[in-house]
Ligand binder design. Structure first.
Ligand code: DGT
Ligand code: CA
Ligand code: CA
Ligand code: ZN
Length: 576
C-alpha cells in the first residue's frame, strides 16, 4: 500500500523540480502549493490511500491545501504508482533530488545552471567541481562563492537527516502523552532539541520517571510507530520510527527527574557550563542528581538543580550558552513571551488568493483557536499564480470584511489587510491611496531572490520607509532545509525599521520561522517591535503559532516586544 510519506515525498519532489525546470517568475508559488500539499499529507492522521478508496477524488479535495490539479496528480500516483508530470521533469533534469534539495544557499536556478554547464547531478559531483575550481568559472561565480559552496556542503553533511520541527512535533507530543499514561509512570517528557524548540531536530529524546523501567521500555519498543529497535538496556532504549527519525528513551527514578531532565534537555554547551559551576562549588552534577561527596543533595526538580548552583531557572528555549547563564546568576533571566499569549494573527490568507477557506471560516477557526482578531492578508496583483488581488478587489474585500465584522459583533474582529508584493525596485504593486484604506498592511518579497546583497537590502529598506507599510513579512525569505533566504543585511533593515516604526514579522510556518532566533534577538536589542503570524492558508494552520512563539522565545523576546499580544485597538494605535 502507498503510504502518506510516499505521497508527501512525491509532492515535495514535484515542487522542487518545478522550481528547477520552469522559468515563470511566479513558479515558487506553484512549488509552494506542492510543498503545502506534501505537508498536509505527511501530517494526516488517516491513510491517504484509504481516503481515496472510500471517497475517491472528492475525499482528496476535502484535504486542506489540496485543489483540483493536485488531487488529480495524487489520484494518478495512487492508481499507477507514478506521476507522469514528475517523470517528465525528472527526465529533463536527472539530478539526485534528495541530495541537492537539502543544501542551504543553493537555489533552484543555481542547481539548474550546475546541471546545464557542468552536469552536476549530486553532492559528490558538486564537491568534485568545487575542488577542481570549476565553479568559479561559471557566470556570476567568484572564488568566494566557491568557498561558500564548500562550507554549505559541510553544513549539509552535518545537517543530514535533521527534520524540521513541524514535521515531527505532533507525533512527539502524541507519544509523550502515551508515555505519561503508562501505569506507574510519575513523569514523562520529550527533552533534547524538541524541548528547546529548535527549528530542526536530529533525534527525539524521551525521559520518563518510573520505578519499573522494564515496563516502560517494553511499551516504548512495541509502539506501532517503531520500525526497528536499535538497542535496549536496563534503563534505556533506542528505536527508529517509521517517519525516519530515531527516538531515545531514558528511564530514571523519580528522585532524579529534575537532574535527568536538565541533562537530557541540553544543550550540551549549556550543561557543560552548569557542571563547571557545580565543580566550582565543590559539587558534582550528572543525570542522577547534584552530589556533595557521595550524598545526593538535589535533583528531584529542575528548579532545585538550578537553585543549588546559585542560578535562576532558565527556560529550555534559551539554554544555548549564549549569555543566559550569567543572567541566571544575576537573577535577570528575561520573562519570555508566553505560549498562548497571542491575541491576534496578522498574516492569514483566504480563498480569495491562495488560501483554501473563506474569510468567515478563517475567522471562526481563529476564534475557536482562542484568538480575538485576524488580519486577512491575501496576496496582491503581481503574484498572479497566487491569485493576487487587484486594487478594486482589495477594496471590495475590505467592504465585505466590515459587513462580516457587523455580523460577528463584539466577539471577534477581522482587520482588512494585504500581503503586498514588493517589486524589484522596492516599490509596491498597489498604490498607497488604496493601501491607506486598509486597517493594516504587510509587505513581502516573493521574487528576484538573486539580487546582490546591497540591492536586496535597499529593496527592503525602501519598503520599510513606505509610510503605508506597517509590517515586513518573512523578512529574509528562507525556507528551512529547502532554500536559503535572499542575501540581505538584516542589521540594516532592523535599524531602518527602528527609525520608521516598521514592525518585523516572525512567520511561524515551520518551513520559514523567519526571522530566525539570532535576528529576533538583534531586533529585540534594538527595540524594534515584532509580530508572530501563522501565515495560515487553512484554519488548521493556526497551530503553527506555537513554533512562532518558540522562535520568539529562542530570540529572548518578552511580551512587550510582540505587538500581537495586544488587543486589536491598542495594536492599531502602536502602528505607524
Ligand atoms: P539533536 O538531537 O541533534 O536535535 O540535538 P539534542 O540537543 O537533542 O542532542 P542529542 O539528542 O544528541 O542529546 C540530547 C541531550 O543529551 C543534549 O541536548 C544534551 C545531552 N547530551 C548528549 N551528549 C552529551 C554530552 O556529551 N555531554 C553532555 N553534557 N550532555 C550531552
Ligand atoms: Ca535529540
Ligand atoms: Ca538523542
Ligand atoms: Zn507570504
Amino acid at each position: 500500500m502507498i503510504k502518506n510519506s510516499d505521497v508527501a515525498k512525491v509532492m515535495r519532489d514535484l515542487g522542487f523540480l518545478t522550481e528547477i525546470t520552469e522559468e515563470d517568475p511566479n513558479v515558487q508559488f506553484r512549488a509552494r502549493a506542492y510543498y503545502r500539499a506534501a505537508d498536509t499529507i505527511a501530517s494526516l492522521p488517516e491513510n491517504v490511500t484509504d481516503i481515496y478508496d472510500k471517497y475517491g477524488v472528492n475525499g482528496l479535495l476535502e484535504l486542506p491545501s489540496v485543489g483540483k490539479a493536485i488531487a488529480s496528480k495524487i489520484e494518478e500516483y495512487l492508481k499507477r504508482g507514478k506521476m507522469h508530470h514528475l517523470e517528465e521533469l525528472k527526465a529533463k533534469v536527472p539530478i539526485d533530488i534528495d541530495e541537492l534539495y537539502g543544501i542551504e544557499g543553493i537555489g533552484p536556478k543555481t542547481i539548474r545552471m550546475f546541471y546545464d554547464k557542468l552536469h552536476i547531478k549530486n553532492l559528490a559531483d558538486l564537491e568534485k567541481a568545487a575542488t577542481e575550481g570549476k565553479l568559479k568559472t561559471l557566470p556570476g561565480f567568484t572564488e568566494k562563492k566557491e568557498l561558500d559552496i564548500f562550507k554549505q556542503i559541510e553544513f549539509f553533511k552535518r545537517g543530514k537527516g535533521r527534520l524540521i520541527i513541524g514535521e515531527v512535533y505532533p507525533l512527539v507530543k502524541q507519544i509523550e502523552e502515551r508515555l505519561q499514561h503508562i501505569a506507574g509512570v510519575k513523569n514523562a517528557a520529550a527533552a533534547g532539541s524538541i524541548r528547546r524548540m529548535k527549528e530542526t531536530i536530529g533525534d527525539i529524546d524521551y525521559l520518563v520517571a518510573a520505578s519499573d523501567p522494564e515496563r516502560v521500555i517494553d511499551f516504548f519498543v512495541k509502539m506501532p510507530e517503531v520500525q526497528e529497535v536499535l538497542g535496549r538496556g536496563q534503563a534505556k532504549a533506542f528505536v527508529k520510527l517509521a517517519s525516519g527519525i530515531d527516538a531515545d528513551l531514558l528511564v530514571v527514578p523519580e528522585e532524579s527527574w529534575g537532574s535527568a531532565l536538565q541533562y537530557f534537555t541540553g544543550s550540551k554547551e549549556h550543561s557543560v557550563q552548569l557542571r563547571k559551576i557545580a565543580i566550582s562549588k565543590g559539587l558534582r552534577l550528572n543525570e542522577w542528581g547534584v552530589f556533595k561527596g557521595d550524598k545526593r543533595i538535589a535533583g528531584t526538580t529542575e528548579e532545585e538543580v538550578y537553585k543549588i548552583l546559585g542560578l535562576q531557572w532558565i527556560p529550555p528555549e534559551v539554554r544555548e550558552n549564549a549569555g543566559e547563564i550569567e543572567l541566571g546568576r544575576q537573577g535577570k533571566v528575561p520573562k519570555l513571551v508566553e505560549y498562548g499569549s497571542l491575541k491576534g494573527d496578522l498574516q492569514v490568507h483566504s480563498e480569495n488568493s491562495d488560501g483554501t477557506a473563506t474569510i468567515e471560516e478563517m475567522a471562526r477557526g481563529a476564534k475557536a483557536f482562542g484568538l480575538d482578531y485576524i488580519a486577512i492578508t491575501d496576496h496582491t496583483k503581481s503574484l498572479k499564480l497566487a491569485g493576487g488581488l487587484e486594487e478594486q478587489e482589495l477594496l471590495e474585500q475590505a467592504d465585505r470584511i466590515s459587513q462580516l465584522n457587523d455580523k460577528l459583533r463584539e466577539e471577534f474582529r477581522i482587520l482588512s489587510s494585504a500581503e503586498v508584493n514588493i517589486m524589484k525596485d522596492g516599490s509596491l504593486d498597489i498604490p498607497n491611496t488604496v493601501l491607506d484604506k486598509l486597517d493594516i498592511v504587510g509587505a513581502a518579497i516573493h521574487s528576484h531572490f538573486n539580487l546582490p546583497i546591497e540591492t536586496q537590502t535597499e529593496r527592503l529598506i525602501k519598503a520599510a520607509k513606505n509610510p503605508s507599510v506597517d509590517i515586513l513579512f518573512h523578512p529574509t525569505g528562507r525556507l528551512i532545509n529547502k532554500r536559503a533566504g535572499y542575501p540581505v543585511d538584516v542589521e540594516k533593515v532592523i535599524e531602518v525599521s527602528k527609525d520608521t516604526n516598521t514592525v518585523l514579522e516572525i512567520d511561524a510556518h515551520y518551513d520559514r520561522l523567519d526571522l530566525k532566533d539570532e535576528y529576533v534577538r538583534m531586533a529585540v536589542r534594538k527595540g524594534v517591535k515584532l509580530v508572530i503570524d501563522s501565515d495560515a492558508h487553512h484554519p488548521i494552520h493556526y497551530s503553527f503559532l506555537t513554533f512562532g512563539v518558540a522562535q520568539a522565545r529562542r530570540g529572548w523576546a518578552i511580551q512587550s516586544d510582540i505587538l500581537n499580544t495586544l488587543p486589536a485597538d491598542k495594536l492599531l494605535n502602536a502602528l505607524k
